[in-house]
Design a binder for this molecule. Sequence first.
Ligand SMILES: Nc1ncnc2c1ncn2[C@@H]1O[C@H](COP(=O)(O)OP(=O)(O)O)[C@@H](O)[C@H]1O
Ligand SMILES: [Mg+2]
Length: 214
Amino acid sequence: MTVIVMAHNKGGAGKTTSAVHVSGELKPKKALDLDTHKGLSIIHGLRPNDRQIPISIPETQQELVHEISLFKDKEDILFIDCGGFDSDMTRTAVAYADLIIVPAKDSLTERIGLMSFDRVLGEISEIIGQHVEAHLFLCKTNPNKKHYPKLEALLPSFKHIKLMKSRLSYRTQDFEETIETGFGITESVHGRVTAGGKEVISMVEEMLEIVKSR
Ligand SMILES: Nc1ncnc2c1ncn2[C@@H]1O[C@H](COP(=O)(O)OP(=O)(O)O)[C@@H](O)[C@H]1O
Ligand SMILES: [Mg+2]
């Protein structure tokens, strides 16, 4: 079983939107929604009955751990969308994760969010006695911009966050509007050949490579 967690303690970074696109391509056996807005559950609920991705909303840490414990098969993927806040629930999800992915752009508030999340990952590492590593991807960034000097300058100070090669750029049509149907961009007609679709495919490939290399 592989537990993939979308997390960033700051709200509005792009977790839920990215979760729709990534889970649409990844097709996890199940998704868990830890956000108080229940965004991912509501969006997945827009999918037709025969194309549902099963989703649960654990209300307590015990329920979360129980959901994770149900997954025994090595091939199965459990995908968890966290809320934009620090809580025992999100910490538990992170502690059980095989892969933690973190969306962020190079803005001051998101850099502050990342600094705080790196500290939280340090605390979780201490508690579980294992070095927790999270993988940051640029999200909602200009697709034509190659470098982000302020974020790049900050990266070496992180003990638990590494930058991925893949990104999900700022794309109103491909990323913001597609999810109105409940589907990710790579599930829509011709979506796989759009600029956004190609980003999602690369992103999922990189995620699976990281999981395999562990
Ligand atoms: N790649 C993207 N391109 C354009 N807009 C995006 C993208 N990702 C997220 N958004 C928009 O940014 C806002 C916050 O995204 P959301 O997924 O709700 O973040 P979070 O789950 O981290 O709080 C939403 O208005 C969403 O439509
Ligand atoms: Mg969200």
